[in-house]
Design a protein around this ligand. Structure first.
Ligand SMILES: [Zn+2]
Length: 254
């Protein structure tokens, strides 16, 4: 069986460059479910212009010969903690973690171990190219006082805490000021070594962050209630951690 090597279609290095990049000779998995096939892929900037066996090579293009290799779309890690090391005893290292993701073909990650103060500097490091890595969606975290995510003195700094709808409104206002891609909400009271309901968040308290992330338009301007989308049209930015997603689904059915 041929070597399987994922070549990154959306790597940072390709973004914004007007010169076309052509990858040819590879067996292409296009992510649609279609069988892999031999094809030439033409990329310009952040867009894939063509995936075809007879795609023309634009003049001046940078051509990558990928004969004998397999080309696939970048993978997406829906939930990671970049601050944590995957190796016991070693300190977490954002730079190494990000590079490892790229080397493994992961081009987008949702990181849930950031606090609001980290977002701007980390985004600056990534956009300036000081850190090579995938696209990173960053979270502000919210839990209940004493709930999961507040261990080791993390609440109310690493993890904002709220026990009432009023507190959740206030914390959500703080969270949105950091312009997070995601608000991670710990809702089920689980904590290391405990059963659920240690300090569960009720749906009324969950509502403010939920609605705020749903209503925010892509432009990130300050929306008004009249700009809220239809109840079931969730924009892509409304990702929540899976526990919250389950609660949300149940809530919306009721
Ligand atoms: Zn997590």
């Amino acid at each position: 069986m041929k070597r399987l090597i994922g070549i990154l279609l959306f790597s940072v290095g390709l973004c914004g460059q007007p010169v076309a990049v052509v990858i040819r000779g590879a067996r292409v998995v296009d992510g649609t479910g279609a069988p892999a096939r031999m094809a030439t892929v033409v990329i310009r900037g952040t867009k894939i212009e063509a995936v075809a066996s007879d795609a023309a090579v634009p003049a001046g293009a940078r051509v990558i010969d990928a004969a004998g290799q397999t080309l696939m779309p970048g993978l997406f890690d829906l939930h990671t903690h970049l601050s944590a090391s995957a190796v016991t005893g070693l300190a977490g290292d954002w730079g190494k973690s990000l590079k490892a993701y790229l080397a493994c073909g992961v081009t987008t990650v949702n990181d849930y171990a950031t606090n609001g103060e980290m977002l701007a500097p980390l985004r600056q490091l990534l956009s300036a190219g000081a850190l090579a890595g995938p696209r990173v969606n960053m979270a502000v975290r919210m839990s209940t006082p004493g709930g999961h995510g507040t261990e080791a003195g993390w609440g109310d700094f690493m993890t904002l805490t709220a026990a009432t709808p009023e507190q959740a409104h206030a914390r959500t206002k703080i969270a949105l000021a950091y312009r997070p891609d995601v608000i991670k909400v710990f809702t089920d009271g689980w904590r290391y070594g405990t059963a659920p309901n240690l300090s569960s968040m009720n749906l009324e308290t969950l509502s403010p962050p939920l609605w705020k992330m749903r209503m925010r338009p892509a432009s990130r301007s300050s929306p008004t209630r009249s700009a809220w989308p239809a109840p079931r049209s969730l924009p892509a930015r409304a990702w929540m951690c899976w526990r919250t997603a389950l609660a949300m689904r149940k809530w919306m059915r009721n």
